[in-house]
Ligand binder design. Structure first.
Ligand code: URA
Length: 202
């Protein structure tokens, strides 16, 4: 297990081979209008073979500037949560439903549609055992028939190839005390689920 300090300071581990090739393809994408407003395409940060993948919605300002997912305020909250879960850098990865920053941070339906094959191919190559969705849009991308996020958060749902574990979006925890409490409560459930997984692989 790594310390919170190590985890927060960890440099992104770039997966190689087919994933790198896919990353180049995503970076060259101009299929939707966001291709001409972005500063950087935001593909992935994390391990080559993560057990857990955290799936956000779309890059924000900091992510667009740096070309990495969850490196702003929400990212710091997510990193703290990952440290709390005790996940080493070799065990997790972070990505988004859409790869370019939408102006005004509003999800653009066309971008969701055009990015969909990229997301599917990323998940097929990463092969995580659990996809932790962050917020309603990420949950919808993984499980379109899911009940609303307020109902589904903190419960295990079965996806096509991995289990899906919805959390509220970390940004929501800054806006509402209720969501901040929900975040902590559901993280405790996720910690339990991860413990079960560890036992299964002993
Ligand atoms: N919010 C997201 O959903 N994704 C990011 O990468 C940053 C903030």
């Amino acid at each position: 297990m790594e310390s919170a300090r190590n985890l927060a300071a960890a440099a992104p581990v770039a997966p190689s081979g087919a994933f790198e090739q896919l990353a180049r393809e995503i970076e060259a994408c101009r299929r939707c209008p966001l291709g001409s407003t972005r500063a950087h395409v935001v593909v992935y940060r994390g391990a080559a073979h993560p057990t857990v993948v955290f799936l956000g919605e779309a890059p924000g300002k900091a992510e667009d500037e740096q070309g990495l997912p969850f490196v702003g305020r929400s990212g710091r909250r997510l990193d703290a949560a990952i440290a709390q879960l005790g996940l080493p850098t070799s065990a997790f990865g972070i990505l988004n439903v859409i790869k370019c920053r939408p102006p005004g941070n509003r999800l653009v339906a066309e971008a969701v549609r055009q990015c969909r094959p990229f997301l599917e191919r990323q998940l097929a190559l990463l092969e995580p055992r659990i996809v932790v969705t962050l917020g309603a849009a990420a949950l919808k991308a993984m499980d379109p028939k899911s009940p609303p996020i307020t109902e589904a958060a903190g419960t295990v749902r079965s996806g096509a190839s991995a289990r899906v574990f919805p959390l509220v979006h970390p940004a929501a925890t800054f806006r509402s005390r209720r969501y901040a409490q929900r975040w902590e409560q559901d993280l405790a459930r996720l910690r339990e689920l991860l413990r079960t997984f560890e036992l299964e692989t002993l």
